[in-house]
Design a binder for this molecule. Structure first.
Ligand code: FAD
Length: 426
């Protein structure tokens, strides 16, 4: 008889709550990862995120070898894989950490049904966030839809002393002894990408509040893909933030804010949070969209951002706000197009953060920027990249006569405000 620990978006051995509990099971524990066809089938073969997952699993596997164990890696339809495992092994218990995305919730429900039919007991844990689901709500139990009161309640509820580190190392001897073969990236059907996830860094943490908005300054943490795939523990990161920088901590709270929005309002994945905005007549011009994607709009800040995204899978947050506003307001293209493009390219792509921020930029979301606020990309450039260091890095051909803006700012601004005004249902 065995137990399983199922890795998903928590790709680390240390401070992993589900694994911590799994290793205390009566039965030896097989650590498992499934490359899920339902997710992988739609991705290009050189997707950098699959490469990052593969690298992270390889590290876990090396660490497991030290305890005579190894990671079981499978690829296929998750339901079929579990059916197969349950036939192959006498599976008594399965442990995993919760995932709050709508697809994952449905998948886990159907997998738990398989466990139940087999008399396998399953246990799920909160590991990805400090506060989940309904833990931070208004006094009347309803979810917050505005960030600041959510953040205040979050901060009041957070107590560093009660958020423990889960030391798994003391239980490593309970891993199932095995030599499962570890598949290469090619065996999973993928190839190495030129794009790589950067290591995270806290070198800018002490001045974060002053420098984080300047894309030429290397001031942010690059934590986002690590939090996305769980190669770091959120408890450790929040503990560090709480001790070192309140502004940085508030960014980590934005992450949880959008996660709980998606959890309570799953329709935001595809639809406006504010349905009053459903009447907006988007232009949705395909040619305009292509110019935005390729970074050839003639606006240096927008073009530099899109080229950074296309070349590295990352874009600085300030610039994300500028390019998103430009797409929705200047070009009047619905946010879903931009959201889908980011989803394809971002190494840190996370459904809740991406739709939350896109809807914020479009003005259709909860706690949105007001619709009549239209960023001027040239003023943003003057404010945040005065010396042009960021744009020169991504637009080597940049000079003072760079490009011809594809739309005039004043015209586009007036057009956006008029279109929103006419479209918003009273
Ligand atoms: P830091 O400034 O060091 O922030 C630390 C951490 O706080 C981040 O890693 C992230 O986990 C969290 N965080 C910071 N800002 C936000 C925010 N606005 N919303 C939610 N969490 C935040 N972030 C994603 O992780 N995935 C996405 O798909 C994503 N899409 C975005 C789309 C748009 C249009 C915009 C404007 C922002 C988006 N963001 C997204 C938020 C933000 O841009 C990135 O989290 C940040 O740039 C990542 O870099 P960093 O880790 O160096 O950030």
């Amino acid at each position: 008889a065995v137990s399983f620990f199922w890795f998903r978006r928590d790709l680390r051995l240390q401070d992993n709550i589900g694994l911590f509990h799994a290793l205390q099971s009566k039965y030896p524990v097989i650590p498992l990862f499934i490359f899920d066809d339902a997710i992988l089938d739609s991705l290009p073969k050189n997707d950098a995120r699959v490469g990052f997952i593969h690298d992270s699993l390889a590290q876990i596997n090396i660490a497991l070898h030290k305890s005579g164990s190894s990671l079981l890696v499978k690829k296929g339809k998750t339901q079929d894989i579990w059916q197969e495992l349950i036939t192959q092994f006498d599976v008594k218990e399965v442990f995993f950490n919760k995932d709050y995305e709508p697809y994952a919730i449905l998948r886990d429900e159907s997998i738990c049904q398989i466990f139940e039919n087999n008399n396998t007991i399953s246990f799920s844990f909160k590991d990805q966030v400090i506060f989940e689901e309904k833990e931070i709500t208004k006094e009347d139990g309803l979810p917050y839809t505005v960030y600041t009161p959510y953040k205040n309640k979050w901060l009041a509820a957070y107590n560093k002393e009660t958020v423990l580190e889960y030391d798994t190392t003391i239980y490593y001897s309970n891993f199932f002894k095995s030599h499962f073969p570890f598949p290469s990236l090619e065996q999973i059907g993928f190839v190495e990408s030129k794009i790589k996830v950067k290591p995270y860094s806290f070198k800018g943490i002490t001045t974060y509040q002053d420098t984080r908005d300047f894309p030429a300054v290397d001031a942010t943490s690059y934590l986002s893909p690590h939090l996305r795939f769980g190669t770091v523990s959120i408890r450790e990161m929040v503990g560090f933030a709480a001790q070192n920088n309140a502004v940085f901590l508030s960014e980590l709270i934005w992450r949880e804010f959008f996660m709980q929005i998606l959890y309570h309002f799953p329709k935001v994945m595809t639809q406006n949070f504010k349905s009053a905005y459903d009447g907006i007549q988007w232009r949705n011009n395909e040619e305009d969209f292509k110019r935005w994607c390729s970074g050839t709009t003639g606006y240096p800040m927008v073009d530099a951002g899109m080229r950074q995204l296309n070349e590295t899978g990352y874009m600085h947050n300030r610039v994300r706000m500028v390019v998103a506003s430009f797409l929705c307001k200047h070009l009047l293209i619905q946010w879903q197009w931009g959201e889908a493009y980011f989803a394809e390219k971002l190494l840190d792509y996370d459904l809740s953060a991406n739709v939350g921020n896109w809807q914020w930029a479009a003005g259709t979301g909860c706690d949105a920027a007001p619709y009549f606020r239209v960023f001027n990309p040239d003023i943003q450039l003057k404010k945040f990249d005065e010396k042009g260091q960021y744009i020169r890095k991504w637009i080597p051909e940049f000079d003072l006569g760079y490009g011809k803006p594809m739309v005039d700012h004043a015209m586009a601004r007036d057009r956006a405000i008029a279109t929103y005004k006419a479209g918003i249902l009273k």
